[in-house]
Design a protein around this ligand. Structure first.
Ligand SMILES: *Cc1c(COP(=O)(O)O)cnc(C)c1O
Length: 462
């Protein structure tokens, strides 16, 4: 080995090479977070970009060495982060990852298994098979042979669900039509476009959920094979479509059901709240993200299927990865587990989390965030001058100053962002613009929520 060559992460020597680098990384993370002080950097896009540009050459002729590079860039990224671990960073379904999951992800990077062939990921592929089977059984407890694919998230899962539907109906003289609520995730429209399917039929959702009567009406006017996509945890309001009733309507019209439970799916692990997902198992396919209410660093998506046979259409052969004679000789054929080729072992952090916390530990985290949302709703209701959109179903709370017009609501959000004080989202509901808090931080306290309300009131009156 050349003396100047940087050490590798793998093998027994890799651990010793990583240890001092990790010290540098961890120090830089701490210093950067202290420099930031709040949920995001102050000053807005120009100030942040200027600080990043001031770090110096991206590709210097002579490198600065591992410690300087890690210290400088990790510190800058931490100082300039919108950090979901800060309780006032609550705009999006942007989760604060668990430390144990981030630690597991480091191991995944060090070992770098690639999930496209057994000879690149012997144990990782065996672990993925176990974890996906176990999680599929959570979604479809009564199914004989459920399965799940690991994806990059809800967008890819929804796209795969449409692809599987397209292929199930490939023999039909009309392509499958997707029917979604206006509350559905934007990814269905792109997926249909990408897959060469007709644009989804969009059913209006004036009350934020897909209503059975409105769906029945739409299905009565939609010919050919149909996939209905319901949502369990809408992006704007965190609402759950009435799944059992929608499943009944689908059954009556011979339509198939997909449930996008990217947000709400992990509530399956909460004894207290899993009833919210009754009817989920009547779907043919279910999208779940563990990088939302699952506290995984991205990416940790799943597409669960009620019947593993639905996945056989994804089978694909490339001789260098899964030649027929290798498969016949017993080497697992992994290429049909994804449309990607090189693929990170994202399942490792999930497996570590499931084992470390157990069902009750993860369920307790879900419960903690659910109860924070109720606390925030209570606080809004008690605050004169603030309106609450509705009691929360999951962990999303919409509120607004009573007297404010939409421009003022938008300006409050941007002011808090520019000052680096709070990260709130925005959502339109009921023809008006609302501030949105998406609570995914189980460590947030009632005091944090009170501070959030104070900040909003303060910027509303400026
Ligand atoms: C987050 C989300 C998605 C998109 O998932 P990504 O992981 O961002 O790709 C899709 N649907 C719903 C309901 C979501 O909440």
């Amino acid at each position: 080995m050349c003396a100047a060559s940087p050490p590798l992460a793998g093998g027994a020597p890799g651990a010793d090479a990583l240890r001092p680098l990790l010290d540098t990384v961890l120090d830089a993370l701490r210093v950067g977070a202290e420099e930031r002080g709040g949920p995001l950097p102050a000053g807005g896009p120009e100030a942040v970009a200027a600080r990043v540009e001031a770090l110096g050459a991206v590709l210097p002729e002579t490198g600065t060495g591992p410690h300087e590079a890690l210290r400088t860039l990790v510190r800058a990224l931490a100082a300039g982060a919108a950090d979901p671990a800060h309780p006032l960073c609550a705009a999006h379904l942007h989760t604060p990852p668990l430390a144990l999951a981030a630690a597991a992800d480091l191991a995944a990077s060090a070992l770098n298994p690639s999930m496209d062939s057994w000879d690149q990921a012997p144990a990782a592929s065996a672990l993925e098979a176990l974890v996906t089977a176990a999680l599929a059984a959570e979604a479809f407890p009564a199914a004989r042979h459920p399965d799940a694919l690991v994806t990059t998230g809800g967008t890819e899962s929804n796209q795969l669900a449409l692809l599987l539907a397209r292929e199930r109906h490939a023999g039909h003289d009309r392509p499958v039509r997707t029917v979604v609520g206006a509350n559905a995730h934007h990814s269905f429209h792109r997926a249909a476009w990408l897959l060469g399917l007709p644009a989804p039929v969009t059913v209006p959702t004036p009350h934020g959920v897909l209503e059975p009567a409105a769906l029945a009406e739409a299905l009565a006017h939609t010919g050919g094979p149909v996939l209905v996509a319901a949502t369990a945890g809408t992006t704007d309001e965190g609402l759950i479509d009435p799944l059992p009733e929608l499943a009944d309507v689908c059954a009556a019209h011979g339509a198939e059901l997909h449930v996008d439970a990217a947000y709400g799916g992990p509530a399956l692990l909460s004894r207290t709240h899993r009833h919210l997902l009754d009817g989920l198992d009547r779907a043919r396919t279910v999208t779940v993200d563990l990088h939302k209410l699952g506290w995984q660093p991205a990416a940790a998506g799943l597409l669960a299927v009620r019947d593993a046979d639905d996945l056989t259409v994804l089978g694909h052969t490339a001789d260098y990865l899964n030649a027929d004679d290798d498969t016949e000789a017993g080497l697992p054929d992994l290429l049909g587990r994804s449309l990607r080729t090189t693929r990170r072992p994202d399942v490792l952090k999930t497996a570590v989390t499931l084992r470390a916390l157990g069902r009750s530990g993860l369920g307790a985290l879900v419960d903690a965030c659910m109860s924070l949302a109720q606390d925030l709703a209570d606080l809004v209701e008690k605050t004169p001058g603030l309106d609450l959109r509705a009691r929360p179903t999951l962990t999303t709370v919409l509120f607004r100053p009573t007297e404010a017009d939409d421009e003022t609501v938008a300006a409050i959000r941007r002011t808090l962002l520019a000052e680096g004080r709070a990260v709130l989202g925005r959502a339109e509901a009921d023809g008006r613009l609302w501030l949105k808090a998406t609570l995914l931080n189980p460590h947030a306290t009632p005091g944090d929520l009170a501070q959030l309300i104070t900040l909003v009131e303060g910027s509303a009156h400026r």
